[in-house]
Design a protein around this ligand. Structure first.
Ligand SMILES: Cc1cc2nc3c(=O)[nH]c(=O)nc-3n(C[C@H](O)[C@H](O)[C@H](O)COP(=O)(O)O)c2cc1C
Length: 215
């Protein structure tokens, strides 16, 4: 493994120009610019993001999920209330999100407070999903021991029939969440390792300050 790992290239994408002095005052505007640039550059699934949480015991846990929205309120995602992340956030509503867009050598890091958006928004998110996605969410019992993959497939088939029979059915455990950012870092990698890090921090009054930090 050691040899294999050391033989692999890193930071091998095509760097995009980034002038931090010309960055907008609002980091969410810059996130929008960077996200659009990632889509234009053909970054695969740029909306897949790593969400890190920590539960009551302080142990961190991270997993990939799909971003559902970004707006003035923050970064929205959805999950099952029984999942590890939702259990963590219920006791410790702090989260970090990390995007890695390899083809353009860009990383975006977000930290902030996480809020459950409530039953109405959660139901709307659930109902906006495809029938297959709704059935998958309905079938599962997150984190519980599973006897076999066949058992999972059977549960999904049964859930799909139920979703088709009851198109208005909402999974009560479905939860929409938003991470309200208090800091964002925009990281533009460079082949010569002169990586540019621009960090935005939200003041107590709600305005943003930004500064470069050493890589
Ligand atoms: C590309 C991708 C997208 C995913 N999207 C979601 C999602 O939107 N919501 C979700 O709860 N899990 C999603 N998952 C599954 C999570 O990574 C994870 O396995 C699951 O949520 C259980 O994690 P937890 O127990 O730590 O909460 C996705 C996984 C991948 C690889």
């Amino acid at each position: 493994m050691r040899e294999l790992l050391r033989s692999l290239p890193a930071l091998s994408g095509d760097v995009l120009p980034f002038d931090p002095d010309a960055a907008p005052d609002d980091p969410l505007a810059l996130f929008g610019e960077w996200f659009a640039a990632a889509v234009d550059a053909g970054v695969p699934e740029p909306h897949a993001v790593t969400l890190a949480t920590a539960g009551a015991d302080g142990r961190p846990s991270a997993r990939v999920l799909v971003l559902k929205d970004v707006g003035p309120d923050g970064f929205a995602f959805a999950t099952d209330a029984r999942s590890g992340k939702a259990v963590d956030l219920a006791v410790n509503p702090r989260a970090a999100l990390t995007f890695w867009w390899q083809p353009v050598v860009r990383q975006v890091r977000v930290t902030g407070a996480a809020h459950h958006l409530g039953a109405e928004a959660s139901a709307a998110d659930y109902l906006a999903r495809s029938p297959a996605s709704r059935a998958a969410a309905l079938a599962v019992r997150p984190g519980e021991p599973l006897g076999s993959v066949a058992q999972l497939r059977d549960a999904m088939s049964a859930a799909r029939e139920r979703v088709d029979d009851e198109p208005g059915l909402v999974l009560p455990q479905w939860q929409a969440w938003v991470v309200v950012p208090d800091a964002l870092e925009f990281w533009q990698g460079s082949p010569d390792r002169a990586h540019v890090r621009l960090v935005y921090r939200r003041s107590a009054a709600g305005s943003w300050t930004r500064s470069l930090v050493w890589p």
